[in-house]
Write a protein that binds this ligand. Structure first.
Ligand code: NDP
Length: 309
């Protein structure tokens, strides 16, 4: 019985150290250094190579090295019986909350406006906003969205949250399903996307959505690049339907050199760093799920394949 780590673009050293600290007796392999595929019961992966996951005859579960599982669900080689789970840690969730808070503060204090103004050597004041001036909407009230909504509510923002099933969250006005989507969006100052990428949510951030927000609203997308219809964002910015956008995720990552987003001062780009999975905390979650899988127990942060998240 063994665990296999597959993350070709990650430095394996901090992961080796973190796994060793949690359990030095663990039977652990780092792809591609694996001799017998039949030893592997559990795989943890990020950006794994294609045509690989069906080569392990005793595979019981696959964990994502992060919160998203769209890369695993898109893999046609994954056998039907294999369970899927995610890896979430307190630090990653707090980093996501901090990213949203930073973006909102930038909006409140007009930072992108002043950065543009500096390039033109202009000295013009704009009105400051405080938290209670803003209506903010969180799309997706799962592990991360719920925490974001809760913290923003505690900080004095007027918070709305939208999910598939109805929820009750303190200091948050909640909306559910497509029937309540328009009421959720109407007149928002900031729209924050924290949805999983599924067939229902792909391309959800489109012109129809932007038209329902306030004209000086901002978009914060820290979920997945394919939630956004990129040409609709450019059009909405050109038409003054949105003031600016804070984007951490893109349809193609790294964002290609020639991409038009690079030249738009109203689009702030960060390289998929809103929340980073920390090896020290993640190793504990992964090893716990590995032990649960080989003992036939339910996994933590399990994913329902039919729902896509
Ligand atoms: P969860 O799976 O925990 O939560 C998903 C939420 O979205 C649930 O509230 C769910 O509703 C809601 N939802 C799903 N489909 C729909 C739909 N069709 N209509 C309305 N609501 C819907 O996700 P997480 O909170 O863990 O992650 C959120 C996103 O953040 C993911 O896309 C993830 O990949 C991304 N992420 C990005 C990072 C970064 O660094 N940029 C880091 C970590 C995560 P219900 O509760 O009713 O099921």
């Amino acid at each position: 019985m063994a665990l296999l780590f597959i993350a070709p673009d990650r430095n394996p050293d901090p992961w080796k150290e973190a796994f060793d600290k949690v359990d030095s007796n663990l039977d652990l392999f780092f792809w591609p250094a694996i001799d017998q595929h039949k030893k592997i019961n559990f795989i943890v992966c990020w950006n794994h190579p294609a045509r690989l996951l069906d080569r392990f005859p005793n595979l019981q579960a696959v964990a994502s090295l992060g919160a998203g599982v769209d890369h695993i669900l898109a893999d046609e080689c994954l056998p039907d019986h294999v369970q899927i789970c995610r890896t979430l840690t307190p630090r990653l969730i707090q980093e996501m909350v901090d990213y949203v808070r930073t973006s909102l503060l930038m909006h409140q204090r007009n930072i992108t406006f002043y950065l543009q103004q500096k390039r033109q050597a202009r000295w013009k004041h704009r009105k400051n906003r405080i938290a209670s001036d803003l209506e903010v909407g969180v799309m997706g009230l799962g592990t991360i969205g719920r925490k974001v909504a809760l913290e923003l509510g505690n900080e004095g923002y007027n918070v709305r949250g939208w999910s598939r099933s109805s929820k009750q969250i303190k200091k948050v006005s909640t909306f559910a399903g497509n029937k309540e989507k328009a009421s959720f969006l109407e007149g928002l100052d900031a729209l924050i996307c924290l949805l999983p990428l599924t067939s229902e949510t792909r391309g959800i951030l489109d012109l129809e959505v932007f038209k329902q927000l306030k004209n000086d609203a901002i978009l914060i997308n820290i979920a997945r690049g394919s939630h956004l219809v990129e040409e609709d964002l450019v059009y909405a910015l050109d038409k003054g339907l949105l003031e600016w956008a804070m984007l951490d995720v893109f349809q193609k990552e790294p964002l290609p050199d020639h991409h038009s987003f690079w030249n738009r001062p109203e689009i702030v780009i960060t390289p998929h760093i809103a929340g980073i999975t920390p090896p020290e905390e993640a190793a504990e979650v992964i090893i716990e799920n590995y032990k649960r899988a080989i003992s036939g127990m339910d996994l933590k942060y399990t994913v329902q394949r039919d729902k896509g998240y």
